[in-house]
Design a protein around this ligand. Structure first.
Ligand SMILES: [Zn+2]
Length: 237
């Protein structure tokens, strides 16, 4: 192999390495996972909020039940007095009957209020169940994503070590002078080695003079007259 073949290979390896390092950075950053974790937190908050509301509604139900029992007791008491035969005064009887009627009305109100809240409680329970399922599913998705992420990172890191070793071995085969030249061009331009295709430098897309093309047949390392990249005729074996 000629020096320019090694330099071409070096460029390929470096490109591969840069790509792997970019991917590694993205995987470590884990934007998608962070998004899901934030989403999961929202669901959890929603879950807690709905549960608090449910607790408050259930407290109201308990209070209504208590009120109901008290009212029933009071009505029972009024009835006892009404039908005991001990009260003969008509006015007093009328007053008691009126009181019984009022208490019964109150009882009805409590019943309809109770029904209303029971419906809300049922809906809340259903909603909480749904949120719980959603949170659980997302939770296991996140768990899997984290597991996959760990495996991915390990694989890319292993790949990077392998590619770096490959690069080290290759660098030993290249003249230091050419490595310096390569690095110097790389510090100013991307892809310091450019393919030469039909007398055109694929680095800058300029037609090269015949002299340069002829020179490449005799000389290993020739630079593009226009962009200064190392020319690499791909058909050249
Ligand atoms: Zn060029």
């Amino acid at each position: 192999m000629k020096q320019k073949d090694y330099l071409w290979k070096l460029q390929e390896i470096e490109k591969n390495l840069e790509q792997k390092e970019r991917i590694l950075k993205d995987v470590i950053k884990g934007e998608e996972i962070s998004k899901r974790i934030a989403e999961h937190k929202c669901i959890k908050n929603d879950f807690e909020t709905q549960k608090d509301i449910l607790k408050a509604k259930e407290n109201i139900l308990r209070k209504l039940e208590h009120e109901r029992r008290e009212l029933e007791y009071e009505i029972e008491e009024i009835k006892e007095r009404l039908y005991s035969g001990k009260i003969n005064d008509l006015k007093q009887l009328e007053k008691l009957m009126k009181k019984e009627e009022n208490k019964k009305e109150e009882l009805n109100e409590i019943d309809s209020k109770t029904l209303e809240i029971m419906e809300v409680v049922d809906d809340l329970k259903e909603e909480i169940k749904k949120i719980g399922v959603k949170g659980g599913t997302l939770g296991s998705t996140i768990k899997n994503m984290l597991k996959e992420r760990k495996i991915k990172i390990e694989k890319i890191e292993k790949d990077i070590i392998k590619i770096k070793a490959e690069k080290e071995a290759l660098l030993k085969k290249i003249n230091e002078e050419y490595i310096r030249m390569y690095m110097d061009i790389k510090s100013k331009k991307n892809n310091p080695v450019a393919i030469l295709k039909e007398d055109v430098c694929m680095g800058c897309h300029m037609d090269l003079p015949v002299m340069t093309v002829t020179k490449l047949k005799k000389q290993d390392i020739v630079l593009c007259n226009n962009c200064g990249r190392i020319l690499y005729p791909k058909s050249d074996e």
